[in-house]
Design a protein around this ligand. Structure first.
Ligand code: AMP
Length: 122
């Protein structure tokens, strides 16, 4: 699999400070910010600072430090938001996954009872 990163995507612009964001948490390797179009009371996006297009790209090529920093940011988001009763973490990838922004991001969604993940096949 060949991954091609487009540095003009909107999250790359957020990382460069070219467009604003509502930061929830930041460390050396990751940034977490509120989704601009929330699907639930809590809807945070966690993104790595490195140029990775999708979860599989990040999992394959990111360094151990980048992966740890990313997961620690997830932990900070989960402990700072009111999602003690649970949440959903989603990462859409490419066409079948209906990914709109080609910079890896994890949606952390919660703060209310969510519906089932997907309708059954068939
Ligand atoms: P996806 O379809 O998984 O690629 O999700 C992209 C997400 O990025 C959507 O939930 C959008 O609402 C969100 N989004 C797009 N632009 C911005 C922005 N400028 N700030 C925060 N979230 C954004």
């Amino acid at each position: 699999m060949q991954y091609e990163y487009d540095d003009q995507n909107i999250f790359a612009k957020i990382l460069r400070g070219e467009i604003p964001n509502q930061t929830v948490f930041e460390n050396e390797h990751a940034l977490a910010f509120d989704d601009i179009n929330p699907q639930a009371p809590v809807h945070v996006l966690v993104i790595p600072k490195g140029p990775y297009v999708s979860l599989d790209h990040f999992a394959r090529d990111a360094t151990d430090e980048e992966q740890l920093g990313f997961m620690r940011a997830v932990a900070e988001v989960c402990s700072s938001k009111s999602i003690e009763d649970g949440f959903r973490a989603i990462s859409n990838a490419r066409t079948h996954g209906v990914q709109d922004v080609p910079h890896y991001h994890l949606h952390i969604i919660g703060g209310a009872q969510l519906g089932r993940m997907l309708p059954p096949v068939g």
